[in-house]
Every structure is written in C-alpha cells, then in structure tokens.
Ligand binder design. Structure first.
Ligand code: PLP
Length: 418
C-alpha cells in the first residue's frame, strides 16, 4: 500500500486465455499465470462449461457424512495417476492448508506407531510452503517468517541442491548427490525426532526458481526409507504438468508418502487443495475414537464446483495431450528468448517444462518493481523474485501468443538492462 501512490493498482475487468484486460482498456499478458494458478488459460471454455453444468446440479455440500460425484471421481482419477500408490485424498481449500494437513497427518501417524518423539520437520534452504503458522515453520524465507519467528515452530533446514552451486567438473546430479549427504547427516543424528522432510520437487519456486536434479528426490526417498521418516512432496506449484510431467516426482521415478496439490489443479478458477497419501498412513487413522482419527476439517473441503473444475482440467490435459504439446511450446519460447541469454548481466538461464527463469547480475534493490512497472507498459505481467525473472505462463499458447510473449519479455529486459 505504501508503494501504490507511485505504482497504482491495476484494475482487471475481464480475462481471456493468457490475457488480462484492464478497466482502462489496456491488456496484459499473464506471464506468471496469476501466481501460478492459471493452468490452461483464463476462462477456458471446457472449464466454464463444466462449472455451468455443475451449478445446475450441486453447489457445495459439507464433506462429512456426505459425499458427491465430483469429489469421488477426482480422488479416483488422481489415485490412478499415481498408479494407486497414493490412493487416498484429503481435501483442503488452498496450498497452505494442504501443507498443514500433511504435516499434521505425518506427526499424528508417527504417534499411532508409538513414535511420539517424531514431531519435528525438515525443509530445504530457500523452501516455501505457505504462510499459515505450520507452513511457515517449514518455510525458509526470512522475509515471510521473520516477523512471526516467535509464533512458529521452526523446522531443521538442510542445504538445497540448487544446480547453480555446481563446482568445476560437477553437473546438477553431482550437486544433488553431494547435497543429499547433509540430509543424511541430519537424519543419522536426529531421525528419532523427525516426522517428515517437506520438499518442493525439482523447482523451489518462491525461493527464486531454484532448479535441482531429480537425483536429489531419489536420495530423499532412499534416506526416508532408511531412517523411517515421511517424505511430503509439495507439488502445489510444480504439479499438474508444470515441470513437464503431471507430477514432478515422476521425473525422479519415486513417490512420496504424502503429496500436496493445489493452484493449477482447479485451472486457477477456484480454491482447492488435495493431500494424497499412502494406504499405510490412511489405515493408521481408522480408529473408534474421533481424536485418534484424522480430525481436521475445512468448511469448503472438497467443494463440488472446485472439484468439477479440476475434472474438466484433467479432461483437457488428457484429451488434447497438452503436456506433449507443451514440449513444442517450450522449445519455441526458449528459442525466441535466446537474445536475452546473450546479455552479459543475464546469468543461469534455465527452463523446465513450462517454467523459465534467469538471474540478473548487479540488480538494484528495486529491480523487481522496475521490471513489473516496465512490464505493464509493455502489456506484460511480470513479478520477478529479487534478481530472478521468471515466466510461468498458462499452457494453451498459440505460436503467435508465444512470439508476442517473447517479444514483450525481450523489450522489457532491454529497457531494464539498458
Ligand atoms: C510450493 C508452494 N507451497 C505452498 C504454497 C501456498 O499456497 P497458498 O498460497 O494457496 O496458500 C505455495 C504458494 O505459492 C507454493 O508455491
């Protein structure tokens, strides 16, 4: 609010595909998918139609003692997509609530197994998992956490496997193997107190688009098995095809014990989050006493409209083989962005699936705000994280959308780096 006299709020009237349209008649390419939720594009007709149909049948009903077709279908489809390894679904309303659910479920599951001391968590340096108090405890970004340090129960933080840390002769996999030893050392010493490690698979988003090799996840899986610790994969930002496979974990060939989904799963239309879990964890909560069951509820858990939107999103992804088409889109956009790489201040240009990021050397303190402002002038919505500029656009981009996006990004970078 302090900045707004100088940086007025942009009032958005409507949206279509990758475009946002302001009340003032200006338009903006949503290059950050409205904080990574807009998966296909704004107002995708199939999702709009599904929501219209659902409105004619059922708006919402509490998910206690009652159930409904969209939530059952969605749970079954997601379970099948994990080869039934994560065969149970628990519903929340947003990303942070999914993380709360997962960490409570993990600690409570260990109590059921008579490991009452396993109540601590591990997260990666630069990890972000949301801003409620439990989620902040496993978030290692000082800006979000520091004012509430007295309220949160901090997790153990282990060094991440950021591929940019490669030493001469090392590749990203070697970094992952080296950095996994820190986790091993911690678990070796403290596994009796640790319930779970929470990670954002392959890309740590809010930490500044930190990319790492899938080998790190294989190491996490093996160490969690060896030391009896749960692995919670937070796929809130990276799930739903964002890194190229529907679940980012698929690229490592390993499944976590608990997996959080949110953001893009409803296409960005409605708040929805889901925690998928393994059969062993589910069974621990089948108890006569309610307090021994998993007593966690949200008024809007499994909202029928949000679940119906998610089913429509899965239909579009499947029927149109969107993830295969995204590979072509990504190749085109990466090629069109090449002029940016050549700028001497641009470092570590990286891309995975439908995420692009690069760092800017010697960025001034107000770099992010400058890029945002120059972006708006160039019909582009960009919100760099510190010195890191990134793109997380909606998937369904035509060739000309991609060219427009690339041209605008190049124009913004040329002006900002001039
Ligand atoms: C990896 C990750 N986890 C959790 C969250 C929190 O989600 P929400 O903002 O819906 O609470 C985010 C949001 O950016 C995220 O990127």
């Amino acid at each position: 609010m302090k900045w707004h006299p100088d940086l007025p709020l942009v009032s958005i009237e409507r949206a279509d595909g990758p475009w946002l349209f302001g009340h003032d008649g200006a338009r903006y390419f949503d290059a950050v998918g409205s904080w990574w939720v807009c998966l296909l594009g704004h107002r995708h007709p199939a999702v709009v139609q599904a929501l219209r149909d659902q409105l004619g049948e059922l708006d919402h009903v509490m998910l206690a003692g009652l159930t409904h077709r969209p939530v059952v279908e969605l749970s079954e489809r997601l379970s099948a997509m994990t080869d039934k390894v994560l065969g149970h679904a628990f519903y929340g309303s947003d990303g942070a609530s999914a993380v709360e659910i997962a960490i409570k479920m993990s600690a409570h599951a260990w109590q059921h197994r008579a490991h009452e001391k396993k109540q601590s968590f591990v997260c990666l340096a630069g990890g972000y998992h949301g801003e409620t108090l439990g989620a902040l405890g496993v978030t290692d970004l000082a800006g979000f956490r520091q004012p509430y340090e007295g309220l949160v129960r901090p997790a153990y933080v282990v060094p991440n496997a950021d591929a940019r840390q490669a030493r001469p002769g090392e590749d990203a996999r070697a970094v992952a193997l080296r950095q996994a030893r820190h986790l091993e050392a911690l678990l070796d010493e403290r596994a009796d107190q640790i319930a779970a490690i929470v990670t954002e698979p392959l890309v740590q988003g809010a930490g500044g688009m930190i990319f790492y090799d899938p080998e790190y996840l294989r190491q996490v899986r093996a160490l969690c098995d060896r030391y009896s610790v749960h692995w919670i994969a937070d796929e809130i930002a990276v799930g739903c095809g964002r890194t190229g496979s529907f679940f980012a974990c698929e690229q490592a060939g390993v499944w976590p014990d608990l997996l959080c989904l949110s953001k893009g799963i409803s296409g960005g239309f409605l708040p929805l989050s889901i925690v998928l879990s393994r059969e062993e964890i589910y069974r621990l909560f089948l108890h006569e006493s309610a307090s021994q069951a998993f007593l966690h509820s949200h008024s809007f858990s499994g909202n029928a409209l949000a679940c119906r939107a998610a089913l429509a999103v899965l239909d579009v992804l499947e029927k149109n083989d969107v993830l295969a088409a995204n590979r072509l889109r990504a190749t085109r956009l990466s090629a069109r962005l090449q002029p940016i790489l050549r700028h001497p201040r641009v470092k570590h240009f990286r891309q995975i699936g439908m995420i692009w990021a690069w760092d800017v050397a010697d960025a001034p303190a107000d770099f992010s705000r400058r890029v945002y402002r120059v972006g708006l002038r160039n019909q582009l919505l960009l919100r760099p994280i510190g010195k890191t500029v990134y793109l997380m656009p909606p998937y369904l981009l035509s060739d000309s959308d991609i060219d427009v996006l690339a041209d605008s990004v190049i124009a913004v970078m040329s002006e900002v780096l001039a």
